[in-house]
Write a protein that binds this ligand. Structure first.
Ligand code: AMP
Ligand code: MG
Length: 398
């Protein structure tokens, strides 16, 4: 059986990034940039004041208190109309363009206006005080954002400040979802003997959306070759297909056989993990096909470990693997002897600066409420057999 690490490598090397399209900046939120953005301007575009106060010449106010003649005002949005001469001050507001001749701004709190049109500067300021220089944030010619980066609020603000109206981004992958099982009914139908409600389609839909892709829900296929064939074929029209259930060794676990019949090249089946061991991965005409085990926790965990990084790569993210883990102090002993990599549902807490983690209790892969209680997965390596209370373990936030 292959390891989680090998499974991730096979998947990531098999998936391709979607093509690109131009979108309006207002529609670019959470899309992934497909071009490098080079600044064509300085930000800020001119030297300006960081405070409300008075624009002065540093030389004039080296030995306060000094009286300066008030000769005008620059508010934000106005261009200065006059050059500052020796012995003068110009009232300036935050963001106001620094008048020529000025080289410092004294904040209002350090000054006092005298009735005769003069202002008293109470404290010394040095050249450059309270001045935001042109290009301090972004310099013309600089690569501000690199392709492969997700556009969050800050990135969109930067693009807007540079005057961009549209950007090149990767196309949003369409990911088909298919629940399988004779026992499944939809939530709006009354329960019948032996039946359960389909929950996986709902968790998968949310997970796919959270990953920045578009879910295409194909509903439920019964455990019959014909129905599976029809629905899987429909799913193969999307950029990727995620099925749940039917990949184990039961008599009605037909997903793998049907996929093979349809020409899906199975790359592996079963990974040395818990939960989610019977995970299946294949490729059809360059599109990834994920067969997730049906137990709701296995479905979610295998999605997070294997499908999510693949979708991230598809949508253009340069570093699709999760970037960091936290280390937390285990609040209980954990034992295991099966040689599998475990993803244990855990509750991470900050106890006065100490990160601690405990398990959510039962780790049965059908107990979906344990994932409601959990805020992290505790990662336990294959060879680990015993972790003592107090041990530092790696956790991944959910
Ligand atoms: P399977 O992988 O098909 O053997 O299913 C394993 C377990 O997961 C069974 O108890 C199924 O009833 C359950 N299961 C499968 N699909 C779903 C689903 N879409 N929603 C909720 N439970 C499911
Ligand atoms: Mg089944």
């Amino acid at each position: 059986m292959i390891s989680a690490q090998e499974a991730s490598e096979i998947i990531l090397s098999a998936v391709c990034t979607t093509g690109q399209e131009t979108v309006d900046l207002t529609a670019a939120h959470e899309r992934v940039l497909a071009e490098n953005i080079i600044a064509t301007e300085n930000i800020p575009p001119f030297d300006n004041s960081a405070m409300d106060g008075y624009a002065v010449r540093g030389e004039d106010v080296a030995n306060p208190p000094v009286m300066l003649t008030l000769v005008g005002e620059v508010s934000a949005g106005q261009a200065p109309t006059r050059e500052l001469q020796r012995g003068e001050a110009i009232r300036i507001m935050t963001g106001g363009q620094l008048p020529p001749g000025a080289n410092a701004v004294v904040q209002l709190e350090w000054t006092e206006v005298v009735n005769d049109g003069r202002v008293r500067i109470q404290r010394p300021v040095t050249v450059g005080h309270n001045i935001r220089r042109a290009g301090e944030d972004i310099q013309e010619g600089q690569t501000v954002l690199e392709g492969g980066r997700e556009l969050r609020a800050a990135e969109l603000g930067v693009l807007a400040s540079l005057g961009l109206k549209s950007v090149e981004v990767h196309r949003v992958p369409h990911v088909a979802i298919l629940a399988t099982g004779n026992e499944l009914i939809e939530g709006d139908k009354p329960l019948e003997p032996g039946k359960i409600r389909n929950s996986n389609s709902y968790t998968l839909r949310a997970l796919i959306k959270e990953t920045g892709a578009l879910p295409v829900d194909l509903g439920i296929a019964r455990d019959s070759r014909d129905q599976l064939k029809g629905k899987i074929l429909e799913g193969l029209a999307s950029d990727a297909l995620v099925t749940s259930g039917g990949v184990s060794v039961g008599s009605y676990d037909l997903v793998q056989a049907v996929m093979k019949e349809l020409g899906v090249g199975i790359r592996f089946w079963k990974v040395n993990i818990k939960p989610g061991m019977p995970f299946l991965f294949g490729v059809y005409k360059g599109k990834p096909v994920f067969g997730l085990p049906g137990n709701p926790v296995s479905t979610m965990v295998t999605f997070l470990k294997f499908v999510q990084p693949a979708i991230q790569k598809m949508r253009g993210m340069r570093h699709p693997e999760r970037e960091f883990y936290l280390r937390a102090e285990l609040l209980q002993d954990i034992r295991k002897t099966d040689g599998k990599r475990h993803f244990v549902r855990g509750v991470l807490e900050n106890q006065s600066g100490r990160l601690t983690v405990r398990t959510t209790g039962s780790q049965s892969s059908n107990v979906l409420t344990s994932l409601v209680r959990a805020n992290c997965l505790i990662l336990i390596s294959e060879e680990t057999e015993f972790l003592k209370k107090g041990h530092l373990v790696e956790v991944e936030l959910l």
